[in-house]
Design a protein around this ligand. Structure first.
Ligand code: ZN
Length: 465
């Protein structure tokens, strides 16, 4: 029987990453990401599996972003009982991310059912609840260190290499044995970039036969991350001078910690204005605790700083807010301050309250440090619509909007091309995890360089020879 690779999700799009490797002795699943999109597609795509969950022998998780691990509770609800392989940090972060995802789904269905009840339509169930997510987080995880090889199924072994994308993220190498031949398959989805705050640079796996790689920014290049410090400082200083509040909507995992890290650097350089900094997101606070615990995954300079008592998360003006009353109290506090809050795209969470209370005052500032998808409040803020709706009420956008593009945890086109080039020779490179335009851009460049590159379709199966 040939060894096959089936592309199940995160193909010609960026969400719902999942791929299945089948040999005559094993079924190994690479990631089981949550597809995010319109509500009906969300339920349809996250509940239909092209394989029998019960037949899986191993599930490998590359990292803790929900578009890579977020469908694990559904998989378990449908009978999957196999062992789950990840790094230790991914396991701990995954648990928090899954529970939060369950909570969001329960809230969403509560809202849908309120409408359905009024319309006499049937009640719906969430994809999974917070407690189902909590149970999934306690499943049989087998945690591995980087560079540690482990047998994950019969004639199949897995090794993780640092992907430099978020804390604990991995480039996965599967070694598949079939009779006398061995195939080495690399999976670099998502791939980070050099010099990110706290993280190590991505590691190059050796002697691969095949490579699956992301293409989120297959046709774009980023500003260097070092630009972020000065741009952030410039913006904060300007807003503080006019006695404004600075609202930073940020993803709870990695971006929030990166912003804290940079603020800490600016503080140590004695350049940061002396204003209070609030991280107003219970999830971001919990994730930051996991970062502190798993600091062994960070780069040498950050580890050294933490060991010598200079943790980037112990900034004197920094306060983590958990209680809702403390969050509300910030509204009546008129001092200049920095508020880092979620959700990252301003679609839910406490950041909405801060935006509502501050968006109409031109002294204030909204600093955008992350990707804002189409049709989100975050995108409307980036586009500087004159009026934006918050909790259904139109608000005039008078606060200054500053967009800092230097933040990104993903490799850009130059990083992707050099990564692929350094992995050559390869029998074939598969491009996934990108909107078509970006994937095509990377395809063109690699094809012109003579690489055997391929853009699979969703549910397509290829043979690995
Ligand atoms: Zn990711």
């Amino acid at each position: 029987m040939p060894i096959t690779l089936q592309f199940l999700g995160g193909v010609r799009t960026v969400t719902g990453s999942s791929h299945l490797v089948t040999t005559d002795t094993a079924h190994v699943l690479l990631d089981c990401g949550l597809f995010q999109g319109r509500r009906d597609d969300f339920y349809r795509l996250n509940t239909n599996f092209a394989y029998k969950p019960r037949e899986m022998d191993a599930l490998i998780l590359s990292h803790a972003h929900v578009d890579h691990c977020g469908n694990l509770p559904s998989l378990i609800k449908r009978g999957c009982r196999c062992r789950i392989y990840s790094t230790h940090a991914t396991k701990d972060l995954c648990k928090l991310m899954l529970e939060d995802s369950g909570k969001i789904q329960e809230e969403d269905i509560r809202y849908v059912n309120k409408i359905n009840r009024r319309l006499g339509l049937p009640m719906r169930e969430p994809l999974y609840t917070k407690s189902e997510a909590a149970r999934a987080g306690k499943r049989r995880f087998q945690t591995l260190s980087y560079n540690q090889k482990a047998l994950c199924a019969k004639n199949a072994s897995v090794t993780f290499y640092d992907a430099g994308h978020i804390l604990g993220s991995s480039i996965v190498v599967l070694e598949l044995k079939d009779g006398s031949r061995t195939i080495r398959l690399g999976y670099a989805v998502d791939l980070g970039r050099a010099n990110l705050p706290m993280l190590n640079d991505p590691v190059l796996p050796k002697d691969l036969d095949y490579l699956i790689i992301e293409s989120t920014y297959g046709g774009r290049s980023h500003a260097p991350i070092s630009d972020a410090n000065d741009k952030l400082l410039e913006a904060i200083t300007r807003a503080v001078e006019r006695k404004g509040k600075i609202i930073i909507p940020a993803f709870t995992l990695e971006r929030t910690q990166e912003v804290i890290y940079i603020l800490n650097q600016l503080y140590n350089e004695k350049r940061l204005p002396a204003v209070p900094i609030y991280v107003d997101s219970p999830l971001a606070s919990e994730i930051t605790e996991v970062f502190k615990y798993h600091y062994a995954y960070m780069n040498a300079s950050t580890r050294h700083a933490i060991d010598s008592g200079n943790s980037p998360f112990d900034l004197p003006n920094l306060h983590f807010i958990r209680d809702q009353r403390d969050s509300k109290a910030l509204n009546s506090d008129k001092r200049p301050m920095i508020i880092i809050s979620a959700s990252g795209m301003c679609e839910s969470g406490r950041v909405l309250h801060h935006l509502k209370n501050n968006i109409e005052d031109s002294r204030n500032m909204i600093v955008v440090v992350g990707y804002m998808a189409k049709d989100t409040l975050g995108r409307r803020i980036v586009e500087q619509n004159r009026f934006v709706r918050i909790f259904g009420v139109p608000q005039e956008l008078n606060a200054e909007v500053v967009v800092i593009n230097a933040f990104s945890g993903h490799a850009d086109k130059n990083d992707l091309i050099s990564f692929v080039s350094a992995c050559l020779p390869l029998k074939r490179v598969f491009l996934v995890h990108g909107d078509e335009e970006q994937t095509w851009a990377l395809f063109d460049t690699l094809y012109r360089q003579g690489v055997n590159v391929y853009m699979p379709h969703k549910e397509e199966t290829v043979e690995l020879a």
